[in-house]
Structures are given as structure tokens and as C-alpha cells.
Write a protein that binds this ligand. Structure first.
Ligand code: NAD
Length: 497
């Protein structure tokens, strides 16, 4: 069985802890690799390598760092199919979707190429007689990223592009379910001229994560994953004095007002509900129809479902691939049973698909449930799979109230042709990312990504301007160049007037 190991100080390093986990091809259900699980000592080696690389990398000029980011950008563009293929073979998402993931990651590298501009500080001349003040932002040191299975290339790039451009050295702990893409990135960064030790990969599970949270030389931790783990990372990381941003799970609603175009709504709901088999933190999980519009929308969605081609991610005909593991697929499917038992109407059951019945792969076809209510498990839990729930609201206010009462606040979308309603919604809704007739409002790289409530712990959103701020700390310098001949003793507190 081929092994996937660590990447430390510019070298592939096989794990020595003796602990390993399986990596599957979700479309065949076969195990293809074993991934090494780091212990505390192996994480320590990565920190040593990152600490050793830090002084020279910190001192590397901004234009040189920008040049390396430009080279990474070019190589990532050239090799996007290689990255996407590895990603598809371990995650299961269809290749076109994996290419989209790489492209959205690439945007973050493009943003980081502007690092000389992004790190410009402020300068105030003559704040007092002959005194000037300037502010600079400096890197934190060694920082770490812990990432989820569902975006094995894009989410690491969300973090490391800005972190490295700011002058930090980086340790990535990817998901143990699809750890291969991280090593492809490590090799690509090295080929682009990134010095050894600036980007390191430590594979593993909770043991490696806890070692990151406890290591005194790791200054900051970026996390993306489920809400319980995000809360754990935030609580423990900050207790150990680290700066932490921890993005959690989601339950994204799409509210449909009666004036919306039904076909456009159905196209958007199907794309955003079932793309990547619903394994996106910005996937639409609940469609809330206001008034009678839900009846026509459900019919329009149901019409589209049989036409979605479910199949292996590397088959160019496939539009939706398998789920990440058999256990996860079965858990997702179980919401159809609990939903039905709790009073929902199953409009489409993905277990009726041939691939669910016959294939050893982890397939579940698009599933649709109507009359879902907030008390049901299918509403309360983040399903994270191709099961779309439909709820109904009598009024706009009821629909917004539903979203605002939900403990998650990642993304939300409103479909309408009424600009006034859209503006009011933007003002009132409690979520970090809002789409108006856009079902998956993932911000472009020059804004920042982050939810509210249980979708984010910490006060910094990820990438974009907030990412630059997260990976740096401010320093304010007050300076004067006085004439020594005029120097006096003054015990008063320094005044500006
Ligand atoms: P996960 O929380 O299970 O795992 C995320 C990371 O945490 C992995 O690296 C994993 O190894 C580690 N981990 C898992 N269990 C741990 C434990 N007990 N202690 C310490 N570390 C642990 O998440 P996942 O299943 O890989 O990813 C799916 C989840 O991520 C969904 O909830 C999804 O909404 C969320 N997500 C959120 C965003 C966002 O931006 N808010 C983006 C992508 C995914």
C-alpha cells in the first residue's frame, strides 16, 4: 500500500510514529493509500524546520516574496489538472469541480502577489514638534493551518498564501481523509523557489492537532472544519496564548420570495444543493419558500434531479461524485429516515439510484425532502451531503426569523426581483456571507471569508484583508532626530501640544 508521509524542511519525511490511517478512492470504495499520523515529536521537527527558516524568510525583501508568489501562481495554473486529479481521486468530487476549487485557491495566491502594497503601513509627520510616527505590520513567526476534507487544496491556500507572503513560516495539518493534495502543493511551492522550511506538511489526526495547539513556538492557528472541533481549537489554542481563527460548520438557507423566477431558483438550488455532493460549507441545505412559491419550486427541482449524472469524479460525464467515506454517506442517508419518521415528505430518495445499490463506491444520489420543520434532526444538524430540505414560511419576516434563530450563520441567499426586499434582507440577516440571487456567495479573494455565530470562533475572517491582519502584528514607532544642543530633562508625560 502506497504511503503518504510528511513534508518537513523541504523533504518528504516518512512517518515514524507507527500510527496510520486509510485513504480511499470514494468512487470505488477501495483503499488506495495509507497516511502517516504524526506524533508530538514529528510535529516538533516541523516546528524546528519552520523556526529555522523564519529569520531568512522574514528578512527576504517584499519584492522577492511577491516574485515567488507570482511563480507559485504560474505553476499552479500550469499544473491545475495534476492538483485537481489527485484531489478528485481522494475526495471524490468531479474533476471540473476540483478544477474550480484550484482556481478559487489561485485567486488567493494572486491576492498575495500584492504583498508589497498590502503591508504598507501608515506615517504621520510632525505629530509633535520634530516628531514623526509610523506604523508597520510584522509577521507573527511560525503559524499553523488545520484543514477539512472538503477543500483539500483551496482551504490550505486560503491560509498559507497570505501567511507566507506576510513573512511567516507555515505548518499545514491537512485532513487525514484526503491528504495527497497537500504534498502536491508542497512540491509545487518548492519548484517555485520557496525556501525549504517555509511550508511544511504534517499529516495526522487529533494527536497532531493537539501537538499544534500545545507547541509554545506556534504563534497562530487557522482552522476550518466542523463546529465542535472549531470550538475545541479556539478554546484550547487561545488558552495556550495563540491567536486563533476557527471556522466551523454551516446550515445555509436559500429564501425564495414569491416574485422570484421559479426556473432560475430551481437551477440555483440544484447547483448549490448538490454540487460537490453537498459537501461544501457554503452548500444550500435548506430552501425556505415564502407563500405558495415552494410548491412550484419543488416541482421544478424534482424535474431536474433525474437528469443529474451521478458517477465517478474522473468520468467527464459525471456531474456529481460520491461522498467522502461510507460512514459519512450512511449518516447523510439516515436523515431521510429520521426526516420521514418525523413528518417530512421524501420527494426524491437518493438511495434508489443504481450506484447506491450496486456500487462499492460511496454514492448517494440527490435527495429532496419537503415539509421539513425546525424541530427535525434534518433541520437541526448540518447534514453535509446531497439532501436538500424545503421549509415553508408564510411571510418574509418569518423566513428571516428562521435564519436568524439558526445557531449557524455562514452563508445565506435571497432570491427575489425586488431590490427593496433585497436591501432590507442584507441589513437584517444574521450571517457573514449574503447572496442576492447568488446561491453560493463565497467572497472573492480581495474580500474576506467568514460566518457568524457557530460558524466562526475568533474575530478574524479568513483570507483577503482580514487574513493579512491575522498573520501580522502592528508596531508603532515614534521617532525624532533632535539637536543635542537643545536637549533638556523633562519629567512630564510626553505631550503633543
Ligand atoms: P472536521 O472538523 O472533522 O475536521 C477538520 C480538521 O480537524 C481535520 O484536519 C481533522 O483531522 C481535525 N480533527 C477532526 N477531529 C478532531 C478532533 N477530535 N480533535 C482535533 N482535531 C480533529 O471537519 P471535516 O469533516 O474534515 O470537514 C467538514 C466540516 O468542515 C463541515 O462541518 C463543514 O461545514 C466545515 N467547513 C467549514 C468551512 C468554513 O469556511 N466555515 C469550510 C469548509 C468546511
Amino acid at each position: 500500500m502506497e504511503r503518504i508521509g510528511h513534508y518537513i524542511g523541504g523533504k518528504h519525511v516518512p512517518g515514524e510514529s507507527g500510527r496510520r490511517g486509510p485513504v480511499y478512492d470514494p468512487s470505488t470504495g477501495q483503499q488506495t493509500h495509507e497516511v502517516d499520523f504524526a506524533d508530538t515529536a514529528e510535529l516538533g521537527q516541523a516546528v524546528d524546520a519552520a523556526r529555522e527558516a523564519l529569520p531568512a524568510w522574514r528578512a527576504t525583501s517584499l519584492s522577492k516574496r511577491a516574485e515567488i508568489m507570482f511563480r507559485i501562481r504560474e505553476l499552479l495554473d500550469e499544473r491545475k489538472t495534476d492538483v485537481a486529479t489527485v484531489l478528485t481521486s481522494q475526495h471524490g468530487k468531479v474533476l471540473s469541480d476540483a478544477m474550480g476549487e484550484v482556481q478559487r485557491g489561485l485567486e488567493n495566491v494572486e491576492y498575495a502577489t500584492a504583498i508589497p502594497h498590502l503591508l504598507k503601513g501608515g506615517f504621520s509627520e510632525q505629530v509633535s514638534t520634530g516628531v514623526d510616527v509610523f506604523e508597520i505590520r510584522q509577521p507573527l513567526g511560525v503559524v499553523a493551518g488545520i484543514t477539512p476534507f472538503n477543500f483539500p487544496a483551496m482551504v490550505p491556500i486560503w491560509m498559507c498564501a497570505n501567511a507566507m507572503a506576510c513573512g511567516n513560516t507555515f505548518i499545514l495539518k491537512p485532513s487525514e481523509k484526503d491528504p495527497g493534495a497537500a504534498l502536491v502543493l508542497a512540491e509545487l511551492f518548492a519548484d517555485a523557489g520557496l525556501p525549504d522550511g517555509v511550508f511544511n506538511v504534517v499529516q495526522g489526526d487529533k494527536v497532531a492537532v493537539d501537538a499544534i495547539l500545545e507547541h509554545p513556538d506556534i504563534r497562530a492557528v487557522s482552522f476550518v472544519g466542523s463546529t465542535p472541533i472549531a470550538r475545541y481549537i479556539y478554546t484550547n489554542g487561545t488558552a495556550n496564548g495563540k491567536r486563533v481563527q476557527a471556522l466551523g460548520g454551516a446550515k445555509n438557507h436559500m429564501i425564495v420570495l414569491p416574485d422570484a423566477d421559479v426556473d432560475m431558483v430551481a437551477d440555483a438550488a440544484v447547483s448549490a444543493g448538490y454540487g460537490s455532493a453537498g459537501e461544501r460549507c457554503m452548500a444550500i441545505s435548506v430552501l425556505t419558500g415564502v407563500g405558495k412559491v415552494a410548491d412550484t419550486v419543488i416541482d421544478a427541482i424534482a424535474d431536474r434531479l433525474p437528469k443529474i449524472k451521478v458517477g465517478p469524479g474522473l468520468d467527464p460525464e459525471s456531474e456529481m461524485g460520491p461522498l467522502i467515506t461510507r460512514e459519512h454517506r450512511d449518516k447523510v442517508a439516515s436523515y431521510l429516515d429520521s426526516g420521514s419518521a418525523q413528518g417530512a415528505r421524501i420527494v426524491a430518495d437518493g438511495r434508489e439510484h443504481q450506484l447506491y445499490k450496486d456500487s462499492p463506491g460511496f454514492f448517494l444520489a440527490p435527495s429532496l425532502m419537503d415539509n421539513v420543520t425546525p424541530e427535525m434532526d434534518a433541520y437541526k444538524d448540518e447534514i453535509f451531503g446531497p439532501v436538500l430540505s424545503v421549509t415553508r414560511a408564510e411571510t418574509y419576516d418569518q423566513a428571516v426569523d428562521l435564519v436568524n434563530r439558526n445557531p449557524y450563520g455562514n452563508g445565506v441567499a435571497l432570491f427575489t426581483r425586488d431590490g427593496g426586499a433585497a436591501r432590507r434582507f442584507t441589513f437584517e440577516v444574521e450571517a457573514g456571507m449574503v447572496g442576492i440571487n447568488v446561491p453560493i456567495p463565497v467572497p472573492v479573494a480581495y474580500y474576506s471569508f467568514g460566518g457568524w455565530k457557530n460558524s466562526l470562533f475568533g474575530d478574524a475572517h479568513m483570507y483577503g484583508p482580514e487574513g493579512i491582519r491575522f498573520y501580522t502584528r502592528g508596531k508603532v514607532v515614534t521617532q525624532r532626530w533632535p539637536d543635542p544642543a537643545k536637549s533638556t530633562v523633562d519629567l512630564g508625560f510626553p505631550r503633543t501640544r
